[in-house]
Unconditional design. Structure first.
Length: 291
C-alpha cells in the first residue's frame, strides 16, 4: 500500500540508523554501515551518524589500533576529546577517524615520571606477561587517572576472534579499577564475553560478571604479582563457568527436551526447497481442471 511505502522523515531515519548502529556486534560495525547505506539510500546521512556512533562503539569494545608499530586500545579512559587518544606506554597522543579506521597526527604527550607512573609501568609489564601466555592475540593497557589527591588505575584487556568467513565473531574484554592506597586497596572488575554466530542462524550471546577483591599493597613488584594472580584466577573461574553452562545447556536441551519432541536428523533443513515445493503445490491446487 501507499502508506506502507511512505518515506520516513529525517529524525525517524536518524533514530533508526543510530539504534541499528548501536546494536552492531564487535567487529561488524563497518559492515552494518555499508548495509544501512544500501538500505536507506542516503550515504551522507548514514556516514554522518556512523562517525558519531562509531566513537562510542570503539571505546566500549576497547578497539585495538596499530600506530608506530605497536597496539593501543581505544577506551573511555584514554579519550582526550576531539577524537584524540593517549598512548600511556609510549607517551604520545594521536587522532583516530572512527569511520575510516585510520590513525593520524601523532604528537608527544608529556607525562610526569612520578611514583604513580612507576606503579603503572610495573602493572603493565606484569599484565603484558600474563597476556602473552593466556591471550596470545590479545592486548592490554593500564591507565592512570588523578582523582583529587588519589591516583586511580584502570587495567583493560581485549582479545577477539573476528572470523566472518567462518560465520562467527567473538570478543572477550575486561577492565579492573583500583586506587593506590597504603596497605590495602579494593579492586573491582568486569569481565564480558560477546559471541555472534550467523551460519544458518543469528545467535547473539553476551555473558558478563562483576568481581571485587581486597589486595595488599606493599611495593610495586609484590602488588603487580598479586594483581595478575587475581585477574588470572577470575578469568579462569569465568571461563570454566561458561564451559560448564554450555555443556549443561546442551545436554538439557538436546538430550532431554527436544529429543522427545523433535526427530534428531543432524541435517540442515533445506528451506528453499521446502518453500518451492509449497509454492508448486499451491499453483497445482489452484489450477482449474477441465470437465
Amino acid at each position: 500500500s501507499m502508506c506502507a511505502r511512505q518515506e520516513l522523515c529525517e529524525p525517524e531515519k536518524v533514530s533508526l540508523i543510530c539504534s541499528l548502529l548501536h546494536q552492531s556486534p564487535p567487529g561488524e560495525f563497518s559492515q552494518v554501515v555499508r548495509d544501512l547505506s544500501a538500505l536507506v539510500q542516503d550515504d551522507k546521512l548514514v556516514r554522518q551518524e556512523a562517525a558519531r556512533v562509531g566513537a562510542c562503539h570503539n571505546k566500549n569494545n576497547f578497539t585495538p589500533v596499530q600506530i608506530k608499530g605497536h597496539t593501543v586500545l581505544l577506551t573511555h579512559y584514554n579519550d582526550l576529546g576531539g577524537n584524540r587518544f593517549f598512548d600511556p606506554q609510549d607517551k604520545f597522543s594521536f587522532e583516530f577517524d572512527h569511520l575510516r579506521g585510520v590513525t593520524s597526527k601523532p604528537q608527544l604527550h608529556g607525562v610526569m615520571l612520578d611514583e604513580g607512573e612507576l606503579w603503572r609501568e610495573a602493572l603493565h609489564k606484569g599484565l603484558k606477561a600474563y597476556m602473552s601466555c593466556h591471550f596470545p592475540a590479545g592486548n592490554c593497557c593500564v591507565f592512570k587517572k588523578s582523582l583529587g589527591k588519589r591516583q586511580l588505575f584502570v587495567a583493560c584487556i581485549e582479545a577477539h576472534q573476528y572470523q566472518p568467513s567462518n560465520h562467527r565473531n567473538s570478543l572477550w574484554k575486561s577492565d579492573w579499577t583500583f586506587a593506590l592506597t597504603p596497605f590495602t586497596t579494593q579492586v573491582t572488575g568486569m569481565v564480558l564475553l560477546q559471541i555472534h554466530y550467523f551460519r544458518n542462524a543469528n545467535l547473539h550471546v553476551t555473558v558478563s560478571k562483576s568481581v571485587s577483591e581486597t589486595l595488599n599493597v606493599i611495593d610495586q613488584s609484590q602488588f603487580a604479582t598479586d594483581f595478575v594472580k587475581f585477574v588470572k584466577a577470575e578469568d579462569t573461574k569465568f571461563h570454566t563457568a561458561i564451559l560448564e553452562n554450555i555443556q549443561a545447556l546442551s545436554e538439557d536441551i538436546w538430550g532431554k527436551n527436544l529429543r522427545r519432541k523433535l526427530p534428531v536428523t543432524r541435517t540442515f533443513m533445506n528451506w528453499s526447497k521446502l518453500l518451492n515445493d509449497q509454492h508448486l503445490n499451491a499453483n497445482v491446487s489452484n489450477t482449474e481442471v477441465p470437465p
